[in-house]
Design a protein. Structure first.
Length: 293
């Protein structure tokens, strides 16, 4: 993705890795007709004629947002050396920090970390391994965590990757005094409507939120996991396997896509492959996506 400038805002993508599980494993109900409609505006070598022949290919990346001298990291990917049950992300070593350096930034340059939600693939780089201990990666940053997600995973008893991530990538930041638990609908820089703020996007996780930013009349949305893959613009009513509350996630997805189209938001999806950034367009009774550049 090329850098995107919106007034005072500059947004760049910080790539970590890609993963492509079989589509039916993540999203059931996709038909050959859906894939045919998708192929009219989205070409991807991992898509076949049927869902069984297609991968649900996802890019894992963060966004670096710079505005008014503030450097913000939106989402924190999987992280290195983290034990996970999914082979693609289990104890990986990725070029994430090298890619950060390629943006002429170091971990010390990040002022604010915003995790749209606390799932394992959005919090991993919150911490790094230092002499056997998980410590905050961005030592000068203030981290904002969803209170709803924090309390949900803090009470969870079932051992899974989200709980492992809570222990190795969220709690160490909180215990180090670097984290603030927040509700959605709060301004994190300047003010709502002219700066950077959070809005509720509940459903995929209990406290999922979207990050909104506006400058010079241009508004951007970082929607996290409200939408994972372009096929969901063709079939936005389908729910995926990772949604905590499928019905609420569906309502949030439909509302977000309609708003993005009607307000011509510049969208920065958490998992769309390069070039990632774009705009949602209405396409009859559903949607399509126009990538920038």
């Amino acid at each position: 993705m090329n850098p995107v400038t919106l007034g005072r805002l500059k947004v760049r993508k910080l790539f970590e890795m890609e993963s492509g599980p079989p589509m039916p494993l993540i999203l059931s109900g996709v038909t050959p007709a859906d894939l045919g409609r998708l192929s009219a505006w989205y070409q991807d070598e991992t898509l076949g004629a049927t869902a069984a022949e297609s991968a649900f290919m996802m890019s894992m990346h963060s966004y670096v947002l710079q505005v008014d001298g503030l450097t913000v990291l939106v989402d924190a990917c999987n992280g290195d050396h983290k034990h996970r049950s999914i082979p693609d992300v289990d104890r990986v070593q990725t070029p994430f920090l090298a890619n950060l350096a390629a943006l002429d930034l170091s971990t010390d340059d990040i002022d604010l970390v915003l995790c749209t939600h606390l799932h394992f693939d959005h919090v991993g780089w919150n911490t790094r391994l230092d002499n056997g201990k998980w410590v905050p990666t961005f030592s000068n940053a203030r981290y904002l965590f969803s209170r709803r997600d924090f309390e949900h995973f803090g009470k969870q008893e079932v051992e899974d990757d989200h709980l492992r991530a809570f222990r190795d990538s969220v709690l160490p930041v909180y215990e180090a005094g670097r984290a603030e638990l927040v509700e959605a609908n709060i301004a994190v820089h300047r003010e709502i409507g002219n700066g950077v703020w959070l809005e509720p996007a509940f459903g995929h996780s209990p406290g999922n939120f979207s990050v909104l930013a506006e400058s010079a009349g241009e508004r951007a949305i970082f929607w996290g996991d409200v939408v994972h893959h372009p096929v969901q613009l063709v079939r936005p009513e389908l729910t995926m396997s990772f949604d905590t509350d499928p019905e609420m996630a569906r309502e949030t997805r439909l509302r977000t896509l309609a708003r993005a189209a009607d307000e011509t938001l510049v969208c920065f999806p958490a998992h769309f492959r390069d070039p990632s950034a774009g705009r949602v367009l209405r396409d009859g009774g559903t949607f399509r996506y126009r990538f920038l550049g």
